[in-house]
Design a protein around this ligand. Structure first.
Ligand code: GTP
Ligand code: SPV
Ligand code: MN
Length: 601
């Protein structure tokens, strides 16, 4: 009944027994995380039609999966934080009473794994053995989830060893919600097709995560957004650290000095690209420590240290090319899972803006024959690659250092076609927290729903902060109580400015190194800047534009203070602040008032 149990941890054994009784699988499999096991799972998925094996000569040990058309992205309106009270969850989260939610979900799980195998996935967020790592156990009936978790987390026997007989773990229960009746033929991507019946539910007080009905990304790989952000943000506040939706990079200047930078951009707004970017400025080097999540702690020296809790990249495929992000392209040369991209006739993958011609005839993400003249996209806009971080050619030597790396600068950003300048430095920590809290961005395909609509996405954490965002703002402010001078400098960047006729004003990607250079100079106190109502903006000659094609007019547009735009912006920030009521720190209202006063002077 319990399969080949690999632990002596009694509370783990008891929980797996309980879940087995509830979900009624045909088999139970404890994942050891070995290569042989991974291979056998991939073979099983090829047989069942979930995976297509790619051409071994072109893309060794790599596979393509196509999801059900309803199951292509995170489902924010079906994501819940079940804290004791609605107020603790805040207006930024959907809330339900934890007991009521469990009572609603238990019948869904009853028999939900009939005809399937229950997999027990021991996983660790953060380097194994590190005092700040967190162990979770995900129970799932999806082999696709198991295979992705093996790339995205430290997974298997070593985690069971680290857990020991008495160790505690975060319970993560996941089912695709598609039991098989005797004789019923399985489908390649089982799930609950009705988005309104999917559930991504967090119980921060247990802590535990229950996910039902989806097999995709952040809905199903529970170590990622659910544990490393929503649950971890709760734990972090209690323990004095931070769990953030941030990339971590190391930038080395021509003189050999290295700066560590973290950046919080909303989903599909450029984290993976910036994290492993190839600077166009000669002599500058970027190395990657993480592309999506940073756990940040205060060191004994007062500085903030960032560590990536993940083990792989779950990156956006469309738009990724040898021109835009060669290091991502190299990271996915082998041992990679592709989801919802085009299958080419020679058994490889393709997607829009891959920088190579589309195949004359391929199979699109729906599994249908597709040609470039089909009039539809071959890859889903949220198509993803899952690749081991260790395969990134510019992975930093310290990426698994449990102590993390000391941060010099924190960047906030978003997809803003107008108003927000290319780069802007905060006057102080408080002003920087204001900038983070005021961040807005156009929505993207990373979440179900309309794309391209401007919304406030404070700290790029709107979908990921596991408690009241007003309290989260307040928590950020507390960091300046001690050792203010050791804190990173805070900047706001925007790579996504457009002209009225839709042309990008800034070339982006590797050219963003020019902005990073100015940021390092500001950290050193040398970069040239002018004080403006919105912050320190680079003077016209401050950003190194050597061998860069951006015109002086475009640069002026990118760095100007658009007073009218900012007046609208202030109104929108104020409206968003009002949602947080008494939880909004007075210091932020003061920042907003001061900004208004400076603009109107
Ligand atoms: P998540 O994995 O969803 O959190 O996304 P992310 O923040 O890592 O975004 P990613 O780097 O994958 O970029 C998403 C999209 O933005 C891709 O289509 C990129 O090509 C595009 N993009 C990234 N950086 C830039 C840039 O500097 N300029 C422009 N114009 N587009 C960019
Ligand atoms: C995001 O949406 O921010 C992602 C992809 O990184 S997912 O893992 O699906 O959340
Ligand atoms: Mn993300």
């Amino acid at each position: 009944m319990l399969g080949q149990c690999i632990t002596k941890n009694e509370s783990l054994i008891a929980w797996v027994k309980e879940m087995t009784n509830l979900c009624q699988p045909t088999n139970v499999h404890w994942c050891d995380g070995s290569d042989e096991e991974y291979q056998s799972f991939c073979d099983l998925m090829v047989k069942s039609g979930t995976f297509t094996k790619l051409n071994e000569n072109k893309r060794p040990n790599s596979y393509l999966a196509r999801s059900h058309p309803s199951d292509v992205a995170r489902v924010e309106d079906r994501t819940f934080i079940c804290s004791k009270t609605k107020e603790e969850a805040g207006p930024n989260n959907n809330w339900a009473d934890p007991d009521k939610m469990k009572a609603e979900m238990l019948p869904l799980y009853k028999g939900c794994m009939r005809g399937r195998t229950l997999y027990v996935i021991p996983f660790c967020m953060g380097p194994l053995g590190s005092p700040i790592a967190k162990i979770g156990i995900e129970i799932t009936d999806s082999l696709y989830v198991v295979a992705n978790m093996r790339i995205m987390t430290r997974m298997g026997k070593s985690v069971i060893e680290a857990l020991g007989e008495k160790g505690t773990f975060i319970q993560c229960l996941h089912s695709v919600g598609a039991p098989l009746e005797p004789g019923q033929q399985d489908v390649p991507w089982p799930c609950e097709p009705d988005p309104a019946k999917k559930y991504i539910v967090h119980f921060p007080d247990d802590p535990a995560v229950w996910s039902y009905g989806s097999g995709y990304g952040g809905n199903a790989l529970l170590g990622k957004k659910c544990i490393a952000l929503r649950i971890a943000s709760n734990v972090a506040r209690k323990e004095g650290w931070m769990a953030e939706h941030m990339l971590i990079l190391a930038l080395t200047n021509p003189a050999g000095k290295t700066y560590y930078i973290t950046a919080a951009f909303p989903s599909a707004c450029g984290k993976t690209n910036l994290a492993m970017m190839m600077p166009t400025l000669p002599g500058w080097k970027v190395r990657c420590l993480g592309d999506d999540i940073a756990w940040i702690r205060r060191g004994d020296d007062g500085r903030l240290y960032a560590m990536n809790p993940e083990n792989g990249f779950f990156g956006v495929a469309p738009g990724t090319s040898m021109q835009s992000n060669p290091n991502a392209m190299h990271s996915m040369e082998k041992n990679t899972i592709f989801t919802n991209v085009v299958l080419t006739p020679d058994g490889d993958v393709w997607w829009e803006d891959m920088g190579v011609p589309a195949p004359e005839k391929g199979i699109d993400w729906h599994g249908n024959e597709w040609t470039p003249s089909s009039g539809t996209k071959g890859a889903h806009p949220n198509a993803r690659f899952t690749a081991p971080a260790s395969q990134c050619p510019v992975i930093d030597k310290d990426w698994e250092n449990p102590a993390g790396v000391p941060i010099s600068a924190i960047l906030f950003g978003g997809r803003r076609p107008s108003t927000i300048p290319l780069v802007n430095q905060s006057f102080s920590w408080e002003h920087g927290v204001f900038m983070g809290s005021a961040a807005g961005s156009e929505t993207t395909a990373a979440a179900l729903g309309a794309s391209g609509q401007l919304r406030r996405d404070p700290f790029a954490m709107l979908p990921f902060c596991g408690y009241n965002m007003g309290d989260y703002f307040g928590y950020w402010l507390t960091f300046a109580k001690e050792n203010r001078n050791a804190l990173p400098k805070i900047f706001f960047v925007n790579w996504f400015r457009k002209t009225a006729d839709g042309r990008w004003l800034w070339p982006g990607y590797g050219e963003n190194s020019r902005v990073l250079k100015w940021i390092c100079e500001r950290v050193e106190g040398t970069g040239k800047a002018q004080e403006t109502p919105i912050g320190y903006l680079p003077t016209p000659d401050a950003i190194d534009l050597s061998d860069c094609k951006v015109s002086a007019e475009d640069m002026a547009e990118l760095l100007k203070v658009d007073k009218e735009g900012w007046i609208k912006e202030i109104e929108s920030i104020g409206q968003n602040y009002a949602r947080y009521g008494a939880h909004l720190p007075a210091a932020l209202t003061a920042q907003l008032d001061e900004l208004k006063a400076r603009l109107n002077k």
